[in-house]
Write a protein that binds this ligand. Sequence first.
Ligand SMILES: [Cu+2]
Length: 211
Amino acid sequence: MDSNPTAYVQTVDSTMMFIIIVSLIFLLGVTAVMIYFVVKYNRKKGHKPVDIHGSLLLETIWFVIPTILVMAMFYYGFIGYKEYRNVPDDALEINVAARMWDWDFVYDNGVNLDTLYVPVNQSIKLNMISMDVNHYFYVPAFRIKQDVIGGSSNYIVFKAEKTGNYNIACAEYCGLNHSAMYTKVVVMDENEYNNWYNSSKKEEQKAAVNN
Ligand SMILES: [Cu+2]
């Protein structure tokens, strides 16, 4: 799975696959049994409906098996949830402000941009606030998604393991230009990032002097 941009992709995709397979088994199983019963107990063949009262074995089975399955789904989901809520000590923090209809990324050096630049193989913690309504920070390629709620702060942790450009979308309808609330996360190798970080500061100072 070297081709995934984050290790997290595997966590989410295998959870998704588990849920799809369980659902498929039930869909096919229930449909097959239903069709079999329709044919076998057809009234035209002389079958009469029979009242059946209580079966401890059946009731136990349809209570225990779904409970185990649902708990397993919860377990895998929770493992994935923990992965992007636990903040590693070495996490690089970047402040994010969402507003109608763009994203603002503010770095430690004071630089403020609408594109997210991060170094590869480094845990990133995004401290997110909304300046107005509810938004929803979403990077499909990384399988990460986090509400950004008006009037409160939130965070998300991720670690990109492949350089490149990936889409960031707002995944919650937030008004007229919601569908245009797109930007990019640019994952760079460490040197490239450090160069960018140092030069972006200088450029901003230059711009400030020129104004
Ligand atoms: Cu939005």
